[in-house]
Design a protein around this ligand. Structure first.
Ligand code: 5GP
Length: 114
């Protein structure tokens, strides 16, 4: 099967600025940052999007969120705050069909989101 873009990044076939890696997840800087700090954290398993996740993915998904918070702290966002975003499908603004959580910080986020 064809690898997703993020599988190719995880495999180092496409270079990225790696922020964190373990057996289940991989975090790297977004190539088009939408905030002063913008990191993506993705499961190594190529779940297409949150809507396609299965009950058997619960450990991976829990780990992804816990590690998102750890990474946010590691990159200095814990005190000031940050936003985690998961885009799902066309209206959600998803452009890469490999589940990923955006970690955005370094500026005040607007609400409602655009
Ligand atoms: P989505 O729009 O699917 O929620 O988020 C996909 C994100 O992947 C976008 O923020 C986009 O900038 C980022 N992205 C797309 N291609 C690359 C790439 O080759 N390298 C990195 N580091 N980020 C990418």
């Amino acid at each position: 099967m064809t690898k997703t873009l993020f599988e190719r990044i995880i495999a180092r076939e496409i270079p990225s600025q790696i922020v964190y890696e373990d057996d289940l997840v991989f975090a790297f800087k977004d190539i088009t940052p939408q905030a002063p700090t913008h990191v993506l954290i993705v499961p190594k398993k190529p779940i297409a999007r949150i809507a396609e996740a299965a009950a058997t993915d619960h450990q991976t998904l829990g780990h992804l969120l816990l590690k998102a918070a750890e990474v946010a702290e590691k990159i200095g966002l814990k005190e000031s705050g940050y936003r985690l975003v998961i885009n799902n499908g066309a209206d959600g603004g998803e452009s890469v069909p490999h589940l990923h959580c955006h970690i955005l910080g370094g500026r005040k986020m607007a609400w409602p989101p655009g």
